[in-house]
Design a protein around this ligand. Structure first.
Ligand SMILES: C[S@@+](CC[C@H](N)C(=O)[O-])C[C@H]1O[C@@H](n2cnc3c(N)ncnc32)[C@H](O)[C@@H]1O
Length: 208
C-alpha cells in the first residue's frame, strides 16, 4: 500500500485512500490560522485533519467535522498519533448538521470543495468538486456560519479565483462588520484566496 504523509510545522499526518491530500490550500490555511491558546475552533470539512491538529497543537479546543466517514476515521488516527485526541472533538456530518444549535466558536474555518464540477463529470470528487459553479458548499457554509460564532468571532474560508470570489466578498460584507482577503497564492491558471471576516452582523441570511 502507498502511504501518503503530510506535515506542517511539527504536526505530521497520514492520508488514507479516498481522503483529500493536504495541498496548497490546506497549507495556506495552516499558515494564516493565527489561533491563540484557549480559542474554540470549528473546522467544517476537516479531511485528514492537518488544520485542526495544527490548531489543537497551538492550544485551541477544536471541533472537527466532515461528511465523509473515511475523513473522520483518518483525523481520529492522526489526532491520536499527535497526542491531541483529547483536544479534538470529531463528528461526522454535512456542514453544520453535527453542531448543536447553542454551540458557539471563536473561529470557524473551512477549506471547502470549491472547484466547478458536477457528479456527471468523470473526474468528480466530493472533496474538491463544488457543483456547476464551485459554490455549493461555499454558499451553504457562508449562509449558516454566523449562527455558530461568538459575538467577536471570525471566519476563515479558502477558495479559488475560478469560483466567483466576488460573490464571497459580497456575502461576507453583508454578514460581517470586517472582511478582507488575508492571503493569496498565485498559479498560472488560478489564484487561491484566503478570506477572513470578523464580527458577525447577526443578520438573517434568507437573502442568499
Ligand atoms: C478540499 S478538502 C479539505 C480537507 C482539509 N480541510 C484540508 O484542508 O486538507 C474538502 C473537505 O470537505 C469535505 N466536505 C465536502 N462537502 C462537505 C459538506 N457538505 N460537509 C462537510 N464536509 C464536506 C470533504 O469530504 C473534504 O474532506
Amino acid at each position: 500500500m502507498n502511504i501518503v504523509e503530510a506535515s506542517f510545522s511539527d504536526v505530521r499526518v497520514v492520508v488514507h485512500d479516498g481522503v483529500y491530500e493536504p495541498a496548497d490550500d490546506t497549507f495556506l490555511l495552516c499558515q494564516y490560522l493565527d489561533i491563540s491558546p484557549g480559542e474554540k475552533m470549528l473546522e467544517i470539512g476537516c479531511g485528514c485533519g492537518l488544520v485542526s491538529i495544527v490548531a489543537a497543537r497551538n492550544g485551541a479546543t477544536v471541533v472537527a467535522t466532515d461528511k465523509s466517514l473515511a475523513a473522520v476515521q483518518n483525523i481520529r488516527e492522526n489526532a491520536r498519533k499527535n497526542n491531541l485526541h483529547d483536544k479534538i472533538d470529531i463528528r461526522q456530518g454535512s456542514l453544520f448538521e453535527p453542531i448543536q444549535r447553542d454551540e458557539r466558536f471563536s473561529v470557524i474555518v473551512c477549506n471547502p470543495p470549491y472547484l466547478p464540477g458536477t457528479r456527471e463529470d468523470p473526474a468528480y470528487d466530493s472533496a474538491w468538486s463544488g457543483g456547476p459553479d464551485g459554490r455549493e458548499v461555499i454558499d451553504a457554509f457562508l449562509s449558516q456560519c454566523t449562527n455558530f460564532l461568538e459575538k467577536d468571532g471570525r471566519v476563515l474560508i479558502v477558495q479559488s479565483s475560478l469560483s466567483n470570489p466576488e460573490k464571497t466578498y459580497l456575502m461576507l460584507e453583508t454578514l460581517f462588520h470586517n472582511s478582507t482577503i488575508k492571503a493569496e497564492k498565485r498559479f498560472f491558471y488560478e489564484r487561491l484566496l484566503l478570506f477572513e471576516a470578523h464580527q458577525p452582523r447577526q443578520l438573517t441570511t434568507e437573502r442568499f
